[in-house]
Design a protein around this ligand. Structure first.
Ligand code: SAH
Length: 273
């Protein structure tokens, strides 16, 4: 995209306009909050990420400028710094900005970093929460995040790889994540699923611990692949699961069999059972 190369000649307004950081939810446009939907309808400049579903973007008025700022794994259309810089320049020019982010802006979306930069530059901002992928996947795949028989602790973690010198590592608190009676939800973990499952088992989690992948949660083509820590990596390969997908681990995943099929008749559910 040429945005960065264009000489953006914005004027400077007496007072900067507001930036609204809104959660777009996991995909189904009906999962937008009323507040986010109102902000969308009133928007004049919308900056959105890869994970914001097309059905949500379609709600933006045709008169508004829509700027795709990317962010597929390893393929950032604009760098994080350029996105922040663009928002600041637009706001300073008196143009209110709607920054749409997949799910909830404050869950693994770098929303915190973006508003920190806005705050540091004196730009007024507002944050509208969204339904995060974990909640969307839970409801639409029939996997309650907590349940008194299965989990009283709920953990959200990122399975994203971190560079450590030449090495790429998943740097997580494995002993904590391997504990029983909890639900572990892993964002950005499709590529590292085999490492995640083997590390959890190496740290004492039972190989029989129920585990599932929910791909494209809440979208019409949502798929759930359910198995155990032992079987899920192979099932993911066999069924060619691709991002965006979320990993759910723990006893609650066993409820998918009973609650998943009834919930959303159109969705595909695959398991090794
Ligand atoms: N802020 C977002 C998360 C951004 S991190 C939120 O609150 O949901 C990106 C990760 O979110 C993806 O790698 C995937 O693990 C998860 N994700 C986002 N949308 C998803 C969807 N519709 N289905 C499954 N996982 C999704």
């Amino acid at each position: 995209m040429s945005l960065l190369n264009e000489p953006l000649q914005f004027g400077v307004a007496a007072r900067p306009a507001r930036v609204t950081l809104a959660g777009a939810g996991p995909g189904d446009p009906e999962l937008l909050t009323v507040k986010a939907a109102n902000a969308l309808r009133a928007a004049s400049v919308v900056l959105y990420d890869h994970l914001v579903s097309k059905a949500v973007i379609d709600l933006v008025p045709s008169t508004a400028s829509r700027l795709y700022v990317g962010k597929e794994a390893g393929n950032h259309t604009l760098s994080q710094e350029s996105i922040i810089e663009l928002m600041i320049r637009l706001a300073r020019a008196g143009r209110p900005v709607l920054r749409l982010k997949g799910g909830d802006p404050y869950v693994f979306g770098r929303g915190g970093e973006e508003v920190q930069a806005l705050a540091a530059h004196g730009i007024p901002f507002e944050v509208i929460p969204g339904i995060s992928a974990a909640q969307g996947a839970a409801a639409y795949a029939g996997i309650p995040l907590t349940h008194r028989d299965h989990a009283r602790t709920l953990v959200f973690v990122t399975g994203h790889l971190r560079s450590e010198g030449a090495e790429r590592v998943v740097d997580l608190d494995w002993p904590m994540l391997a504990r029983p009676h909890q639900t572990v939800v892993i964002y950005m973990g499709v590529g590292t699923l085999p490492v995640i499952c083997s590390q959890l088992m190496a740290h004492g989690a039972s190989p029989e611990t129920p585990a599932a992948l929910v791909e494209r949660a809440t979208l019409p083509d949502q798929r759930t692949v359910a198995g155990t820590l032992q079987t899920l990596p192979t099932l993911a390969l066999v069924h060619d699961v691709r991002p965006p997908a979320i990993i759910m681990i723990g006893g609650v995943v066993s409820l998918h069999e009973q609650l998943g099929a009834i919930n959303v008749p159109g969705t595909v559910s695959l398991s090794d059972g």
